[in-house]
Design a protein around this ligand. Structure first.
Ligand SMILES: CC1=C(/C=C/C(C)=C/C=C/C(C)=C/C=O)C(C)(C)CCC1
Ligand SMILES: [Fe+2]
Length: 574
């Protein structure tokens, strides 16, 4: 396990041509771009938690049945400061860092005070977000980093707070059909209030405002929900959306703001300021997108911890939403690097299994319905919603599948009725060993697995013109613990879940977290022409990545506008 988690990974900035076996569908042209932690020690110092690792971006470019791999560390301010100091100097989720070890007592005290309201890290290691034609590496703080999706170069540092009052924001935004982004963040004790803010980043900028073209400048607050508590807002990692509603779970896994304010002084990490309150409820907030207001009814369910929403949709006056739920917050505990060692099998037994659960929420509560009656009349689910005497509604889920994480769906079905969940199967530990296709209708499943292979989140790419929900392929980057077996990009037929092809690369690949697929433009440039450097060929290349007026322009950004010769000649061939 040390090979997978503990060891720092080398970056491969120049494209490495993969050895392809099997047949890649000819329609599959584009770039799989992913993010995750790749460096866990700097000099003599080491991070405590896997989620602390420095962000390593990697990509697989699929062009005319060939695959090219690259990887590059995100040159965040955090990365640069650490490398320069040759030790960890910026705090992360599970590691509190002290930049000035030789300061005297007075300057130390000053430093403590200035850390009461900390400046969070820009080590954006969790996901990639698309805003208009721009791509950003994301984490859960107020910072995101613009990146060049082709060269993986790091561009501007963006502070969400410049556009919307949030101190934290999720790494799992939603996109509508036009590409507009809907995301959520938490505004902590701002003007005496703590609230959850839902905001929208438009995909396009009005013609007359094109001068400073960054979409983020046009971010607008969609709606905000007051937190139940001023000093202990809920932690959340994602949220759900249907055609007309937004689903937000205010769960009893909370951030303690007072603990956070004193964490630096007490020498403890941010993670230690998060507590699961097993005596509290999970509040279910349903926001009507048309009125931009939460529905008045108070819905709740039993205490639980959810990181990933799978999907949500409307059916006969109800909202159905599917999540991966835990009984407690033990998942975060397991990812301490000290647990991911030789005794991993013993240490990593899940005390709470990630379970796919379906909740049903009645949009209208019949005033005449009897107290204690089930308000859900759907035949499609056994989930219930019981009316209580004070008018609250207690929702109890239907258990669909035990032992899965990192869920993905065919995103065309996001917010709509759907059948298939693609996920990593996690039967006995939080580390996936198989990938899974689960059919929520028939409740049957298919899996893919191979000895010594550790798959990443499986990503679904629809076949152009597809009608069936599962007509497409699954992409997953697989790392292996067998030194004889190089890592590879696995390409499965999403219908049968059988292997179509694999592209092996002799590189040091990390286990990643999340990412996206950037399809090439409709009529891709022929490969010979492309690799000869005539065109950049990426869909983003013909849509200028703008020079915005208020953001510093990093040099490499303009490279997108000219053919990127540097990236076109593969350096190694296994
Ligand atoms: C740095 C930092 C944070 C980072 C959280 C991270 C990095 C969470 C990663 C979660 C993942 C990867 C979950 C997977 O299911 C907080 C706690 C938001 C707030 C304080 C500062
Ligand atoms: Fe996630």
């Amino acid at each position: 396990m040390e090979i997978i988690f503990g060891r720092n990974k080398k970056e491969h900035q120049e494209p490495v041509r993969a050895r392809v076996t099997g047949k890649i569908p000819t329609w599959l042209q584009g770039t799989l771009l992913r993010n995750g932690p790749g460096m866990h020690t700097v000099g003599e110092t080491r991070y405590n938690h896997w989620f602390d690792g420095l962000a390593l971006l990697h990509s697989f470019t699929i062009r005319d049945s060939e695959v090219y791999y690259r990887s590059k560390y995100l040159r965040s301010d955090t990365y640069n400061a650490n490398i320069e100091a040759n030790r960890i100097v910026v705090s992360e989720f599970g590691t509190m860092a002290y930049p000035d070890p030789c300061k005297n007592i007075f300057s130390k005290a000053f430093s403590y005070l200035s850390h009461t309201i900390p400046d969070f890290t820009d080590n954006c290691l969790i996901n990639i977000m698309k805003c208009g034609e721009d791509f950003y590496a994301t984490t859960e703080t107020n910072y995101i980093r613009k990146i060049n999706p082709q060269s993986l170069e790091t561009l501007e540092k963006v502070d969400y707070r410049k556009y919307v009052a949030v101190n934290l924001a999720t790494s799992h935004p939603h996109y509508d059909a036009a590409g507009n982004v809907l995301n959520m963040g938490t505004s902590i004790v701002d003007k005496g209030k703590t609230k959850y803010v839902i905001f929208k980043i438009p995909a396009t900028v009005p013609e007359d405002k094109k001068k400073g073209k960054s979409c983020l400048r046009h971010t607008e607050v969609f709606c905000s929900i007051p937190s139940h508590s001023l000093l202990s807002p809920s932690y959340y990692h994602s949220f759900g959306i249907t055609e007309n509603y937004i689903v937000f779970l205010e769960q009893p896994f909370k951030l303690d703001i007072l603990k956070m304010a004193t964490a630096y002084m007490r020498g403890v990490s941010w993670a230690s300021c998060m507590t699961f309150h097993r005596e509290d409820k999970t509040h279910i907030h349903i926001i009507d997108q048309r009125t931009r207001k939460p529905i008045g009814t108070k819905y709740y369910t039993d205490p639980m911890v959810v990181f990933h929403h799978v999907n949500a949709y409307e059916e006969d006056g109800c909202i159905l939403f599917d999540v991966i739920a835990y009984k407690d917050s033990s998942l975060y505990q397991l990812f301490y690097l000290a647990n991911l060692n030789q005794d991993f099998a013993e240490n990593s037994k899940l005390t709470s299994t990630p379970t796919l659960k379906r909740f049903a929420v009645p949009l209208h509560v019949d005033k005449n319905a009897e107290v204690g009656s089930n308000l859900i009349k759907l035949v499609s689910t056994t989930a219930t919603a019981l009316k209580e005497k004070d008018g609250q509604v207690h929702c109890q889920p239907e258990l669909l599948y035990e032992g899965l994480e990192l869920p993905r769906i065919n995103y065309v079905h996001n917010g709509k009725p759907y059948r298939y969940v693609f996920a990593a199967e996690v039967q006995w530990s939080p580390i996936p060993s198989k990938i899974l296709k689960y059919d929520v209708l028939t409740k049957s499943s298919l899996t893919w697995g191979e000895e010594h292979c550790w798959p990443a989140e499986p990503l679904f790419v629809p076949r152009p013109g597809a009608k069936d929900e599962d007509d497409g392929i699954i992409l997953s980057a697989i790392v292996s613990t067998d030194p004889q077996k190089p890592p590879f990009l696995l390409i499965l037929d999403a219908q049968s879940f059988t292997e179509l092809a694999r592209a092996s690369v002799e590189v040091d690949m990390h286990l990643d977290l999340h990412g996206l697929f950037i399809p090439d433009a409709q009529e891709p440039v022929p490969a010979e022409e492309l690799w000869a450097g005539a065109h950049s060929g990426f869909s983003i290349s013909d849509t200028t990545v703008s020079a915005s007026t208020d953001e510093p322009q990093a040099g490499p950004q303009s490279q997108l506008l000219i053919p990127d010769r540097s990236g076109l000649v593969p350096t190694e061939e296994p």
